[in-house]
Design a protein around this ligand. Structure first.
Ligand code: CAO
Length: 465
């Protein structure tokens, strides 16, 4: 009996020993790199992207993927390029900041996608790339002949990622820009003040927000491809992206059925709620009431304000800081529930205090007590912020035609894939290089392609010929 017990124990030990390394091997992972973090290449090294994006939503996505190491080949129309190259021009003869700030770390090739030879080049590129990203108007890619069926047949591993204004439904054929998406995705109807019109936000949640969503869809599809071996379609509709970012408002829409939204100022003001979520001004959208309050100098500085949150756990220090210590125990103020109908009066009192401090002085004082708050920072202040420069969130880039300019670097920091921001490409800057190195065309063939007009602007065809 004792012997048998010993035997089974041995068996268990053996099984345990054998299982661990086997499970690791099953994941197909190599052994952990011995290189220092940040020296083992970039996360998306070896991934090649055929980038058919333009304006903002698509370029945001491919710029992120380029920062993570993908080789992004931006296809542009000969002589014209991405329309933003020439929009909101500040330096004559140079690509606009609109373009440069959305197209870092990419290569540019000009191809007329409707030209016979251009189509042939694109087909070869499809075979050499892992991902095609586009944000043309609905149907435009198909009209170029680049249908999913065509692409999938040429390269079954290719992931085809698209931004469109709307998903399938009554508006699927519509063209969409940023503010249209903000309006149709529920952001505008819930932004602004109750007595004013709907407002669009400064943050580009329709374009850049959807580009971010698309980037996640792409890397997820890449991960799945490593198991299935095949590509798939990835679609992000701007309306869906905005609604996803405005999901707390859909939450509130459903709460309305059960009574007024007590954290909204209008509750305390006795203004009845309608049947849709109203605009809430600067009221906090979460469970902790907050407001934008004036600070010292507000009369002359449009950004001398601070966002102040009356977080319940720090209510007592708030009372001490603003000079209302009796509010700590007064049942009219001591509980979050009791405070909700009086938010206007409470914030008016807090503002009396914030107006005696600059936004930075207030921030310093409040932070000592862990009171959540944030100064309203202007773009000038952000551009000059040295800590953002240090982290690479704000970067100075040199450009051959426009000189030095500031941009927002990669906001997503990976400890083993360190992004370096490289200037955006000039129109067609890498055409020859891509034809030769990626597609293997000979010098003679490249000369013939130039003569064909497939990669040259119409007015330059004669010269090239
Ligand atoms: N060679 C030849 N033709 C090219 C080309 C190339 N390299 N690149 C683009 N084109 C053509 C397209 O094929 C299309 O031609 P057809 O209409 O004849 O098929 C034409 O250029 C215009 O493309 P488009 O319709 O996408 O561009 P637009 O300026 O008219 O519309 C936009 C712009 C943004 C409204 C539209 O692309 C769109 O709705 N995109 C989806 C949503 C989106 O991403 N919006 C965000 C934009 S950022 O605010």
């Amino acid at each position: 009996m004792a012997k048998a017990k010993k035997k089974s124990k041995l068996k268990v030990v053996k099984a345990k020993k054998a299982k661990k390394p086997a499970a690791k091997k099953a994941n197909g992972l190599p052994s952990p790199s011995k290189k220092k973090f940040g020296e083992a290449g970039l996360a998306l090294d070896g991934v090649r992207i055929l980038d058919f994006t333009h304006v903002q939503s698509g370029p945001t996505c491919t710029q992120l993927l380029a920062w993570f190491g993908a080789d992004v080949i931006k296809v542009e129309r000969p002589g014209v390029g991405d329309i933003t190259r020439g929009q909101l021009i500040d330096v004559k003869g140079a690509d606009s900041l609109y373009f440069t700030m959305l197209n870092h770390n990419k290569r540019s090739i000009t191809i007329d996608s409707k030209h016979k030879k251009g189509k042939e080049i694109l087909d070869r590129l499809i075979k050499e790339c892992d991902i095609l990203v586009e944000n043309f108007a609905p149907g435009a890619l198909d009209r170029m002949g680049l249908t999913w069926e065509h692409i999938h047949k040429l390269n079954p591993r290719m992931i085809v990622a698209s931004v469109k204004g709307f998903g399938p439904g009554p508006y699927e054929d519509c063209k969409v820009y940023e503010n249209v998406a903000q309006c149709t995705g529920g952001s505008a109807s819930t932004t602004g003040f109750r007595d004013g019109p709907p407002l669009v936000t400064g943050a580009q949640i329709g374009d850049s927000g959807t580009g971010l969503h698309l980037a996640l869809g792409i890397v997820t599809a890449l991960y799945q491809r490593s198991r299935t071996g095949r590509g798939q379609k990835v679609l992000c509709a701007m309306q869906d992206g905005v609604l996803n970012l405005a999901r707390v408002k859909l939450r509130d829409q459903q709460r309305l059925k059960h009574g007024p939204l007590t954290e909204f100022s209008q509750y305390g003001e006795g203004v009845p709620f309608g049947d849709a979520v109203p605009r809430a001004g600067n009221d906090s959208g979460g469970g902790q009431p907050g407001r934008i309050l004036k600070c010292k100098g507000w009369e002359n500085d449009p950004n001398a304000y601070i966002y102040f949150i009356t977080q319940a756990p720090v209510w007592e220090p708030i009372c001490d800081v603003i000079g209302e210590p009796t509010w700590k125990t007064d049942p009219e103020f001591s509980t979050p529930k009791a405070r909700l109908p009086k938010l206007n009066a409470i914030f008016a009192r807090i503002e009396k205090w914030t107006m005696t401090k600059t936004k930075f002085e207030a921030m310093d004082i409040l932070n000592k007590y862990d009171i959540p708050c944030g100064p309203i920072l202007s773009m000038k202040e952000l551009a000059e912020d040295q800590s953002l420069r240090k982290t690479g969130t704000v970067v100075e880039v040199d450009h051959p035609k426009r000189g030095k300019y500031l941009t927002v670097g990669n906001p997503i920091k990976l400890s083993d894939s360190l992004s370096k921001v490289k200037r955006s490409p000039l129109l067609g800057e890498h055409t020859d290089e891509i034809l030769k190195d990626v597609l293997g065309y000979s010098a003679k063939e490249i000369g013939d392609i130039k003569m064909s007009g497939a990669i040259t602007a119409p007015e330059k065809k004669e010269k090239a010929a």
